[in-house]
Design a protein around this ligand. Sequence first.
Ligand SMILES: [Zn+2]
Length: 191
Amino acid sequence: MENIFKLKQEENKPSKKASNFTWEGLGDIKNGRANLGEETPVLVYRLLEFTMLDVLTREFGEEKALDLFRKAGFLAGKELAENLLDLRQDFSGFVSQLQKVLKDLKIGIMRIEEADEKAESLMLTVGEDLDCSGLPNTNEVVCHYDEGFFEGVLYAYTGKKYRVVEVDCWAKGDRVCRFQGQRLVSQHEEE
Ligand SMILES: [Zn+2]
């Protein structure tokens, strides 16, 4: 006989399971919000984000909470890229359409400052970032969701894992958020 309790426990380990997220699961927003429309104030986005982070931090500690945010950002970036971007374009074409989508969705104004030929190492900035522009200066970088987001976008485009780290942030006193991305080399490739 199956041990149902054991199965349930295993189901509670989300990182071991494939994601259940679907783009379609976001619903038919246009139809569902016929009068109010598809947009909502940044205040509402941040209210959700910062209360969620607060609860996760209290439940699991800061390090785990930020890791979960980075993972959610990765999933968001990957899904957004797969559903809204043409992944077959060359790098400069891909960057232009990513810039346009991020601006159209009012996520931020993205610029690539540096990128090597194969886009294995790059530096990008986001102005008026949805997550942090206007936050009080706490002398720290706070856009860990965005770090995961760009890791997810780059993964969708290249099929390779990246590490993206925010080095400048509005919350650290900077005018733009600046992210450094580096493709991770797997052990297999190093050999
Ligand atoms: Zn930031």
